[in-house]
Ligand binder design. Structure first.
Ligand SMILES: NC(=O)c1ccc[n+]([C@@H]2O[C@H](COP(=O)([O-])OP(=O)(O)OC[C@H]3O[C@@H](n4cnc5c(N)ncnc54)[C@H](OP(=O)(O)O)[C@@H]3O)[C@@H](O)[C@H]2O)c1
Length: 306
């Protein structure tokens, strides 16, 4: 694999530009906001817990006292909450340069969201699908804007199971996570095709962090956590500030192309600096992505403007 030559220090200042980062209070989202703030970008911390969001805001302001930050509530597992967030944002702002669909959960016990989605599909995919659709007209109006979607190495074992999208017939936490991350990636690719067809200057780019030591492992069973986590954190995973680099490159690299997918350049893409990486052939299936888009429009009750 080609080694990365991209360096965030070379990224120009972003004054006057505004970003929304979902799940910004911890892990990769927090590191993403920290880096964007270092570049003078105004950032909305879109979080489900306002105490945690404000705590993150304080920590960022300690490092960058002039950072322009705002916390806004969103629960991505509730379509109503996503609608309220988008309406509040659009009331106040006329443009959006960067939407980073970062928030996520991994391998929780089975549950359905209030809208009837399997919880990982709901928070990781459907919430972000609706959020993007609701903000899309404003994003498209903003020159050179971007949407960044977070996928995962786990997309490789994912399959979009249209017969049981919400895992109600049978639930494997790992498979449902993989499906949700494959859905995020296929969404990013389909969105790019649609933006291109609409002649838009906005682009859709995807990223995965490799393996990063964050709170994402919170649903691991206790015993597995005790045995596995020390090995994971010491040998396999990278610090969240490094894990956020593929997202940041997708968001800020002036040479990024719509439809690019960034991940770490190390062994098996576990660690390293961000480069474009390849996704599975399954993730590139246009017919499946189109079907997923249409099914999603119907399930979230919103028609895409493009
Ligand atoms: N870490 C890795 O190795 C890894 C690997 C591949 C992909 N990823 C992806 O990277 C993204 C960030 O994960 P992370 O590792 O930074 O995990 P994390 O430390 O657990 O952070 C996840 C963030 O998402 C938020 N969130 C979860 N459910 C939400 C909901 N319903 N509404 C709003 N916010 C919600 C969390 O809020 P609370 O703090 O309130 O729970 C938290 O801010 C995820 O999409 C994940 O799938 C991570």
């Amino acid at each position: 694999m080609t080694k990365s030559t991209w360096n965030i220090n070379d990224v120009p200042f972003q004054k006057g530009r505004i970003a929304i980062v979902t799940g910004a209070n911890t892990g990769l989202g927090f590191e993403t906001v920290l880096a964007l703030a270092s570049k003078n970008m105004e950032v909305i911390l879109a979080c489900r817990n306002m105490d945690k969001a404000q705590n993150a805001q304080v920590r960022i302001l300690q490092k960058y006292p002039n950072a322009k930050l705002k916390c806004m509530p969103i629960d991505l597992s509730s379509l109503q909450s996503v609608r309220t967030f988008a309406a509040d944002y659009l009331k106040e702002y006329q443009h959006l340069d960067l939407l980073i669909n970062n928030a996520g959960i991994m391998i929780p016990p089975f549950s359905l969201t209030e809208d009837g989605f399997e919880s990982q599909m709901g928070a990781n995919y459907f919430g972000h699908f609706l959020l993007t659709l609701l903000l899309l007209k404003t994003i498209i109006k903003t020159p050179n804007s971007r949407i960044v979607s977070l996928s995962s190495i786990a997309h490789k074992s994912g399959k979009i199971n249209f017969d049981d999208l919400q895992s109600q017939k049978s639930y494997s936490a790992v498979q449902a996570y993989a499906q949700s991350k494959l859905a995020c990636l296929m969404f990013a690719y389909e969105l790019q095709r649609r933006l291109e067809a609409a002649g838009s200057s906005s682009i859709s780019v995807a990223a995965h962090p490799g393996l990063s030591n964050t709170e994402l492992s919170r649903h691991l069973p206790k015993l597995a956590s005790l045995i596995f986590m020390p090995v994971f954190t010491t040998f396999m995973a990278q610090d969240p500030s490094k894990g956020a680099l593929p997202t940041l490159r997708a968001a800020l690299d002036e040479n990024a192309q719509g439809g690019d997918y960034y991940g770490p350049d190390g062994w098996r893409e576990f660690k390293g600096l961000p480069v474009t990486v390849r996704s599975t052939r399954r993730s590139q299936k246009e017919e499946t992505a189109k079907k997923l888009w249409e099914v999603s429009e119907s399930l979230v009750g919103e028609k895409s403007p493009i």
